[in-house]
Design a protein around this ligand. Structure first.
Ligand code: HEM
Length: 532
């Protein structure tokens, strides 16, 4: 099937785009006009029968947005999001793309198109991302996974069997709130570390992101591993378990990013990058297995004790007892939680701190709210406190609007749909970008301003469409860690803003691609005590 617009029901295609005026600092050798990517800066010739990759309502005005710097593979892997965003700026809200590892597809940005896709795929949400991770689980580590790769890589019935089993335990409010005291204690301990950096260096160290990783890993492991790892110990040895996990997860992101966005050689033979992926995955799996054995032992012991029925089970214990989930399913989920639970929340908090530092008015409002809600100065936050943190929650949403850690999310169409007036056939992949066409089609009033109040009930600055911001994806396949992530982030911001005012005196922040988006600048924040 072809992607060409379908007359007569739909409008005819727009005339071809005029050649775009290149900017001075644009990497050469890439055929941006057709949207095709050349490798390592070499121009790529149009293949026989290649379709024109332009779709949508192209804007013929040549625009010169901040350009992608760097050349070749490095540019390609780390800045791919900017290429996508720029294509949207150039061609409009729907652009056809052809990537080495993806089935042919389109990028979309309009909330209406996202809604159409999500409605059309709601009964079978196929997200065929991370093919290299799937290959590792299905082939290189078949012995363990037995062709059941878990939530991140499976589709259809195999995905649904696991998702059905984990949905309630992971998303139930009570289960998430059970971790609130520990998440709060972890954040407070983290702030003591911040205080000592501030005292010692007068600001946060260059590698403050590494510190945020420790906070995030400690927070996710109380859920995924049912124990504290001791990540915040100031004397952590370089070969300690937490630092090894952080290193492996970072390497996994980098390696997966390389496999996803460069040539598909790894599909044909085990390239060094693919072997690295396999090795790191094996290490993470061994760590998950050791921990799950400990959880199982404590569960067995707990169940044998008198009065066992009264004890609240931990999330992992609940999962281990669910008949529809095998032991391996739970181990795989632990792997995925550790993998998805470190860089996501820490990068979002890094971006939020930056945005607060740059928007003192928003920071002041956040502090006022926290002072009001926490006026009893509680030793431990309760769900009632968190429920009242409306502005704090709005800051998290607005930060994800400015710097979404997920560039977008994919769905494969199981039926034909019409998007922005174009007929898109069944089987195509649609990448729903977390990117707004601020210039021509803004979904938010005053889109360039950081205005958390737009997320408060009844705000005139609210989005024009319910699907305007989907940083966690949407529908039945939405991020399963969303509630846990949100709780962690609300607690983090509330506690930090209760104690400190943040400032940042270095260059402008941007994001760089490492499968998810990451802060481009060292996070040398300065924190001043509010009640010094
Ligand atoms: C700022 C934090 C986070 C963001 C922005 C985020 C974003 C996302 C997005 C966009 C998806 C794809 C959803 C879709 O296809 O509709 C996803 C899936 C997923 N996330 Fe998150 N995530 C975050 C934190 C977490 C955490 C803390 C965990 C684990 C505890 C987690 C575990 C997962 C898993 C297992 C999936 C796959 C779900 C499935 O396919 O059924 N995420 N996340």
């Amino acid at each position: 099937s072809s992607f060409s617009p379908t007359p007569p029901a739909l409008p005819p295609p727009d005339p071809p785009l005029p050649r775009r005026v290149p900017c001075d600092n644009e990497p050469r050798g890439r055929d941006t006009e057709s949207g095709r990517f050349g490798r390592r800066g070499r121009p790529q010739a149009a293949g026989e029968g290649d379709v024109d990759l332009r779709l949508g309502t192209p804007d013929s005005r040549p625009r010169c947005r901040p350009c992608v710097r760097g050349r070749g593979a490095e540019f390609y892997e780390h800045k791919i999001h900017q290429v996508f965003f720029r294509m949207v700026d150039q061609y409009g809200p729907i652009v056809q793309i052809k990537m080495p590892n993806w089935s042919r597809g389109v990028l979309v940005t309009r909330p209406e198109d996202k809604e159409t896709v999500l409605r059309a795929t709601k009964d079978n949400p196929l997200r065929k991302a991370l093919p290299s991770l799937k290959k590792v689980r299905d082939e290189a580590m078949e012995n363990f996974f037995d062709k059941n790769g878990g939530l991140l890589t499976e589709q259809g019935d195999k995905w649904w069997r696991v998702r059905r089993g984990v949905q309630t335990p992971m998303m139930r409010r009570k289960n998430v709130e059970a971790y609130l005291p520990e998440v709060d204690a972890i954040t407070r301990q983290f702030m003591d570390r911040m205080a000592s950096f501030q005292e010692e260096l007068g600001e946060m160290p260059e590698d403050f992101l590494q510190e945020l990783y420790k906070w995030a890993l400690e927070s996710v492991s109380v859920v995924a591993l049912s124990r504290r790892l001791g990540c915040l110990d100031p004397a952590l040895a370089p070969d300690s378990e937490p630092l090894k996990i952080i290193q492996i997860v970072g390497d996994l992101f980098r390696t997966l990013n390389a496999c996803e966005f460069t040539g598909p050689l790894w599909r044909m033979y085990p390239t060094p990058t693919f072997k690295k992926l396999e090795r790191m995955h094996q290490e993470l799996l061994e760590m998950a297995l050791t921990n799950i054995r400990a959880t199982e032992a404590s569960l067995k012991e707990a169940l044998e004790k008198p009065g066992a029925e009264e004890r609240e089970l931990t999330l992992m214990e609940q999962l281990l007892l669910r008949p529809e989930l095998s032991h391996k399913d739970v181990v795989t989920l632990i792997l995925d939680m550790i993998f998805a639970g470190i860089d996501t929340t820490s990068h979002t908090m890094a971006f939020a701190l930056y945005l607060l530092a740059k928007n003192p008015e928003a920071q002041r409002k956040l502090q006022q709210e926290v002072d009001q809600v926490l006026k009893d100065n509680p030793e431990t936050l309760t769900p009632a406190h968190v429920a009242k943190l409306s502005y704090t929650k709005a800051v998290v949403k607005e930060s994800l609007r400015f710097f979404p850690v997920a560039m977008g999310f994919l769905r494969e169409l199981s039926s034909d749909v019409v998007l922005s007036g174009y007929h898109i056939p069944k089987g195509a992949s649609v990448l729903m970008l977390n990117y707004e066409d601020i210039q021509d089609d803004p979904a938010f009033p005053r889109p360039r301003e950081f205005l958390p109040e737009r997320w408060l009930r009844g705000s005139e600055l609210a989005a024009s469409h319910a699907f305007a911001l989907l940083p966690f994806g949407a529908g039945t396949r939405m991020c399963v860690g969303r509630r846990l992530a949100e709780q962690e982030m609300y607690v983090f911001l509330a506690r930090v803003m209760q104690r400190y005012t943040v400032s940042y005196n270095y260059g402008d922040m941007d994001s760089t691609m490492q499968l998810i988006l990451k802060p481009s600048q060292p996070l040398k924040f300065s924190f001043s005590e509010r009640r010094a």
